[in-house]
Design a protein around this ligand. Structure first.
Ligand SMILES: [Fe+2]
Length: 208
């Protein structure tokens, strides 16, 4: 499949796939094909230990350990539809970006009330909470997933495992110069454990 078919069907696509745009053409192609434009500022991400990270961020909670699967900006009223991760420096050892690719038939058949019916509060620091279900069917895109255990104001033990049972996990190792675009509504993602790869640098951009 081509880059654009993978993005639409699988929920993510990589820079080395057929018909992938150049980094310079990505913005124009995303606007033309998907109606998305860059939103927010471009962030430069580097692995941080819990002690070095800003308080209450995912790095402060998980440090260099594996992150939980999550939606970026899950506490925003309208999270960005997509995020791109451009690897500036890959580090010394493999660090993967794991993507939970859903089986939409399994999602449709799922009967877990806590995923489809319970209205959860997502809250980032002192901002107002956003209330929503984890799996919500939207007329224009089908099922949308919103999940981040670090932003849920109430205990959510077992939810990540339930979500993982509804799909498969693909692991992408970005090398320097590679990039990846992820559908933030149709997949969940996480960074694997960072060992000695503290030199890893990734540029992240949101599209909405
Ligand atoms: Fe993320």
């Amino acid at each position: 499949m081509t880059f654009w078919e993978n993005l639409r069907i699988r929920g993510y696509a990589c820079s080395h796939e057929a018909e992938a745009p150049s980094p310079d053409d990505l913005a124009r192609e995303l606007e033309w094909r998907c109606g998305l434009v860059a939103t927010g500022r471009v962030a430069s991400l580097a692995p941080k230990s819990s002690e070095d990270a800003s308080p209450r961020t995912m790095s402060a909670i998980y440090g260099l350990s594996q992150q939980p699967f999550h939606t970026d900006c899950a506490s925003w009223p309208r999270p960005p539809r997509m995020l791109s991760l451009h690897c500036i420096e890959g580090g010394f050892e493999e660090v993967s970006t794991d993507i939970l690719v859903f089986d939409w038939g399994a999602v449709e058949r799922a009967t877990a009330v806590n995923l489809k019916e319970v209205v959860w509060p997502f809250q980032c620091q002192s901002k107002r909470a956003v209330y929503g279900t984890i799996l919500q069917r939207l007329p224009e895109i089908g099922w949308r997933v919103r999940f981040d255990p670090t932003l849920l104001r109430v205990a959510c033990n077992g939810l990540e495992k339930e979500l993982c049972s509804l799909g498969r996990t693909d692991s992408i190792v970005l090398q320097s110069g590679h990039w990846l675009i992820i559908d933030n509504y149709r997949t969940l993602h996480r960074r694997s454990r960072v060992g000695e790869s503290k030199s890893r640098r990734v540029r992240r951009c949101y599209w909405g």
